[in-house]
Ligand binder design. Structure first.
Ligand code: NAI
Ligand code: MG
Length: 347
């Protein structure tokens, strides 16, 4: 059967450009004969903002809707005020396309050095809510710039929003061998949102008797991610806790150069977006030093999302084999790692 994937590509800034090029190389090499990928590249990020003042024009948002998926590198630069691209581009995309499931696997591949002692087995996935919580922009300031300044940043939690992400997390847990789901929140202090999350978590759990459940306060979760990461299988949590926990997860599984993510719209109403967790890394941009592995693993998540499960598995196996051989090997450039992965998925 011939098939074509319409892929929107947003390389973005800094190393985003470098790692996306490698991700596309591997994508091209892994697709079966008869499956084509039609890419449309969008120039968004710091460069565009400096040139035109635009972050995400409505016309681009409309065009993006016509794609099966989006691959994003990273956006951001020290020359752009903090918040402009995060809110005006990344969050705008996640909200406009209702990316309510933010998926972030935390897996320690064999041969990868974790800063944790004793080479623990780490293989979990964080399902972070992506469209609510404190990230909705519900707040403001009064008496701005005066000593009496007041700022609010309200965390928005809806029963609808919680239920859909919790159910998605249960489904993912039910499909994994260990079938375990941990809710992470802070329901002893954030009692309003916390109790709503907890009640919905318990209620939806009745539909999944095969899934073992667990609850941790977010502060305790940071301890266990370091001391007993093997206890986690699937974690479901709110937008802010998920943001922080997944950086910690990246750190204990070999670093930000390996951490992949998907911003998923499970209904398929709008395209889902896949991206490395890391940013544009201005400190190493343009030097061929960036590790493209996180982007390549994000491409695997993209294929999995589009139902190309075997191809996704081939990429993951290629990455695992490459990582296992890296241990004592010489340092390689961004494109050398990409080429090695291309050879593995093609062979
Ligand atoms: P960062 O992730 O860009 O860099 C943090 C550190 O990790 C740096 O030392 C960098 O060299 C290193 N690093 C990151 N990716 C790497 C890779 N693939 N291989 C090797 N080393 C890597 O985070 P930072 O420095 O906080 O942010 C830089 C810019 O990126 C900022 O403008 C920030 O707003 C933006 N950013 C964008 C994100 C996105 O587009 N989704 C996510 C995070 C940050
Ligand atoms: Mg983050």
């Amino acid at each position: 059967m011939s098939r074509s994937i319409r892929l929107a590509v947003i390389p973005g800034d800094g190393i985003g450009q470098e790692v996306v090029a490698e991700g596309l190389k591997v994508l091209g090499a892994v697709l079966p004969a008869g499956t084509k990928v039609e890419t449309t590249e969008y120039d968004l990020g710091a460069r565009r903002w400096h040139a035109t003042g635009e972050t995400l024009p409505d016309s681009v948002l409309e065009e993006l809707k016509g794609h099966d998926a989006i691959l994003l590198g990273a956006v951001g630069d020290p020359s752009v005020p903090s918040g402009v691209l995060e809110r005006g581009l990344l969050l705008k995309l996640r909200f406009a396309f209702d990316h309510h499931v933010n998926l972030r696997p935390g897996k320690l591949f064999p041969g990868v050095k974790s800063p944790l002692a004793g080479e623990p087995e780490i293989d979990f996935v964080v399902v972070r809510e992506g469209t609510e919580g404190p990230y909705v922009g519900n707040g403001g300031t009064l008496r701005t710039g005066t000593p009496q300044e007041v700022a609010t940043e309200v965390s928005l939690n809806t029963a609808f929003g919680i239920e859909r992400v919790v159910r998605d997390a249960y489904r993912r847990a039910a499909a994994r061998p260990r079938k375990k789901l941990t809710l992470v929140h802070k329901n002893n202090v954030l009692v309003h949102a916390g109790h709503l999350w907890t009640r919905i978590f318990e209620r939806v759990g009745q539909e999944f008797p095969e899934v073992t459940t667990d609850y941790l306060h977010v502060d305790a979760a940071t301890i266990f991610l370091v001391t007993q990461p093997q206890r986690f299988d699937v974690i479901v949590t709110d937008n802010l806790f998920g943001d922080i926990l997944t950086d910690l997860a990246a750190a204990v599984t070999g670093g930000i150069g390996l951490a992949a993510s998907g911003n998923i719209n499970p209904s398929g109403e709008f395209p889902s977006m896949f991206e490395p967790v890391h940013g544009s890394a201005p400190d190493i941009a343009g030097q061929g030093k960036a590790d493209p592995t996180a982007t390549v693993l994000s491409v695997a998540m993209l294929l999995e999302h589009l139902g190309l499960t075997a191809e996704a598995a081939r990429i993951e196996a290629a990455v695992a084999a490459d990582l296992a051989e890296r241990v004592d090997g010489p340092a390689r450039s961004t494109s050398q790692i990409g080429d090695a992965l291309v050879t593995r998925v093609a062979g």
